[in-house]
Write a protein that binds this ligand. Structure first.
Ligand SMILES: Nc1ncnc2c1ncn2[C@@H]1O[C@H](COP(=O)(O)OP(=O)(O)OP(=O)(O)O)[C@@H](O)[C@H]1O
Ligand SMILES: [Mg+2]
Length: 265
């Protein structure tokens, strides 16, 4: 059964678009899944720019009555629906759920990128089956991100976990345990801040396709494996680190995700 998954935060620039795109790329590349990636950042969409797609037909057109089918473009094996940076006309963003419902049977996963804007986030959370919060490891961002958790609870959309992105200096940042204590939500992946992401943007290619051996690509792959219930591959160093259980807490969380993801189906 198709899962509609949204990557959300009320803070801008934390990596929602990056993680939505990379997760879609990993599901396609490593797990042979059929994925529809939808840019549901209605006012400042980025996926079309990121993948160099035309904006001739977009999610906005679909929300305005055109068939969504016309707004689907293929990129790196992912079916992508971009949105319009500028759109003449009013659209009802709460139609998102209804529009996507017709496509559920055609995909393994529908992945939604979202806006940090509170009002724009509501229809995305309402359209999603599960959400992943994205934060960077500082208190300000985490607290802001948790506002999105509040909307999810109001909408009764389950929060599967947090992805901690853009880790630069763990010594000076919130620890994974601290983040879990404050949020009461499990951390599912921790992703370093890495200069290679600039290259990925410059080359308009997900890092998963640019360099699957990169540390970010590997963590995304592990996260994607949990979503599709596939066992995590263990490298030599991981096995070694596994002996220090606190270092691998997010792996345990992913194991719960892996085992529980289909529980409500
Ligand atoms: N792990 C990372 N390492 C280095 N750069 C990163 C990382 N994650 C994201 N970035 C960069 O940070 C910038 C913002 O990322 P992104 O666009 O994914 O954030 P966003 O949450 O979608 O922002 P917005 O709220 O504006 O939509 C981009 O330039 C992206 O390449
Ligand atoms: Mg974005």
């Amino acid at each position: 059964m198709t899962k509609v998954l949204a990557f959300v935060s009320i803070k801008g620039g934390v990596g929602k678009t990056t993680l939505a795109l990379e997760t879609a790329a990993a599901l396609v590349k490593h797990f042979d899944k059929k994925v529809l990636l939808v840019d549901a950042n209605f006012s400042a969409p980025n996926i079309g720019l990121y993948l160099d797609l035309t904006e001739e037909n977009t999610l906005h057109h679909a929300l305005d009555g055109t068939l969504l089918h016309n707004a689907i473009y293929e990129s790196h094996g992912i079916d992508v629906v971009p949105a319009s940076m500028y759109y003449d006309g009013e659209v009802d963003i709460f139609k998102l759920k209804k529009i996507l419902s017709k496509y559920r049977s055609r995909y393994d996963y529908i992945i939604l990128d979202s806006s940090p804007n509170y009002e724009e986030l509501k229809p995305v959370i309402a359209a999603a089956d599960r959400i992943f919060l994205v934060t960077s490891p500082d208190n300000m961002t985490l607290k802001t991100t948790l506002k999105a958790a509040k909307i999810a609870r109001e909408e009764n959309t389950p929060i599967e976990g947090i992805i901690v992105n853009r880790i630069r200096s763990p010594k000076h940042e919130q620890s994974l345990e601290e983040i879990e204590r404050i949020s009461e939500i499990p951390v599912l992946a921790r992703i370093k801040d890495h200069k290679v992401m600039a290259q990925a943007i410059n080359e308009k290619t997900p890092i998963t396709f640019l360099d699957e051996t990169n540390v970010i690509a590997k963590e995304i792959k592990r996260f994607a494996s949990a979503i599709c219930g596939t066992p995590e591959e263990e490298g030599f160093f991981q096995r070694l680190l596994g002996l220090r259980s606190n270092v691998q807490k997010e792996r345990i969380n992913r194991e719960f995700l892996r085992q529980g993801f289909y529980r409500s189906d």
